[in-house]
Design a protein around this ligand. Structure first.
Ligand SMILES: *Cc1c(COP(=O)(O)O)cnc(C)c1O
Length: 395
């Protein structure tokens, strides 16, 4: 009899009781809008920003409506205008090129390496083409940030970090999101904190953050923020910055606040699941694990592996056989993208020249989510199923 996995790859943990209670309080008093405060009340959203700033070590933090909104807001804040080229990853999630397109700018795609990080050689070759890089730490893989920042600083390129998969991760002791001018995060259900939809920006730069706060829709109420630059920073900007409404609300903030405190503990659990899958797959014929740099402290909320040399039919077979046993694999080389798009040639509104080196890597790349509702035993079973099927197909 063949074993089958019966868990759900999309089932997240429930919202902590403290978050449920806080959300009920917000609904009972009815002040859901972040600027609707009674007397000297501190809104849930303002408190959340203060706590997120403390968590990341950034002086300034802003909570917004989604991760994609955070990215577009960051682009506007650094002054990207219609028609401007913006460097970004050829392998990322659709909201990244979408954010660039939303401000009328044009993505210039940079390739991916076998380690699944941005190709710094390709970045160096294209550095002269744009003054902004939107760097996506796709699937939680972090490139050599010292090299990347040295390269971008030397070329005068402003870096915006997309940390949708790296909230809680670090490079060589510096938290992800704290290398570039602005760090952006998502609190959408499948990321590292869950408010359904939501996002953050963090920055050290008072002018950039003042712009972001005004852009997010603060009206003239920015003095109600607690992780914002001083009022002087807004003086020269407040009549000239459009309101591109995308605020966080108190209900979602209430749900998120207790989750920030448990992030380190959850990161440990994710990494234990990741390690269980990695151990279970080690030595599987035809399957190559993705090496991680010792300077990278990642969050193992998803798992990737490569099947170099496998013809497309055999990979499609593996995906089917695993699915039949309850293991849901995403294949980035599939002829038609399933579920979501992650490669440059799926975004035809922003056409780009072919990138054969990137195509070669994505053609044999598989991926799966590791929600915290899985146990280490679940992960061992999942790995055993993938291994079984790979062995059968490679025989
Ligand atoms: C989810 C995600 C985003 C955007 O987040 P939303 O909150 O869904 O808008 C950006 N980048 C990557 C890599 C993501 O996975």
């Amino acid at each position: 009899m063949t074993t089958r996995f019966t868990g759900s790859f999309t089932q997240q943990e429930p919202i902590p009781e403290a978050g449920v209670e806080a959300a009920l309080r917000v609904m009972r008093h009815g002040r859901l809008h972040r600027y609707d405060t009674a007397g000297d009340e501190v809104s849930e959203t303002a408190a959340l920003e203060e706590e997120f700033a403390a968590l990341t070590g950034a002086p300034y933090a802003l909570a917004v409506a989604s991760g994609g909104y955070a990215l577009a807001c960051a682009l506007r804040a650094v002054g990207v205008a219609p028609g401007d080229p913006v460097l970004t990853n050829a392998f990322t999630l659709a909201p990244v090129p979408g954010a660039i397109a939303s401000v009328g700018a044009r993505p210039v795609y940079v390739g991916v390496t076998e380690g699944l990080v941005i190709d710094l050689e390709d970045l160096a070759a294209k550095a002269g083409q744009a003054r902004v890089l939107m760097l996506s730490h796709m699937r939680g893989h972090i490139c050599d940030m010292d090299r990347l920042m040295a390269l971008c600083d030397a070329q005068g390129i402003t870096v915006i970090e997309d940390c949708a998969h790296t909230m809680g991760a670090a490079w060589d002791g510096t938290l992800s999101g704290r290398h570039g001018a602005i760090g952006c995060y998502s609190t959408q259900t499948y990321k590292h904190a869950n408010s359904g939809e939501g996002g953050f920006l963090v920055s050290d730069d008072a002018t950039l953050m003042a712009r972001a706060i005004l852009l997010s829709g603060s009206y003239m109420l920015y003095d109600r923020h607690r992780a914002a630059p001083p009022p002087e920073a807004f003086e020269d900007l407040r009549y000239d910055t459009p309101n591109v409404s995308g605020r966080m609300d108190n209900l979602r903030a209430a749900i998120l606040r207790p989750q920030l405190g448990t992030l380190p503990e959850r990161v440990q659990r994710w990494n234990a699941l990741y390690a269980a899958v990695e151990e279970g797959l080690r030595g599987t014929p035809g399957l190559r694990l993705v090496p991680r740099d010792p300077r990278e402290s990642f969050v193992g909320s998803s798992f990737q592996a490569r099947l170099p040399g496998w013809p497309p039919d055999r990979i499609a077979d593996l995906v089917h056989r695993c699915a039949a046993r309850g293991v849901v694999l995403k294949w980035f080389g599939a002829p038609e993208p399933a579920g979501y798009t992650s490669r440059y040639d799926s975004w035809r509104y922003a056409p780009a020249p072919a990138m054969p080196a990137t195509d070669r890597i994505l053609a044999t790349l598989i991926d799966m989510r590791l929600p915290l509702t899985f146990s280490a035993d679940d992960c061992r079973l999942i790995a055993a199923i993938i291994r079984d099927e790979a062995v059968a197909l490679c025989a």
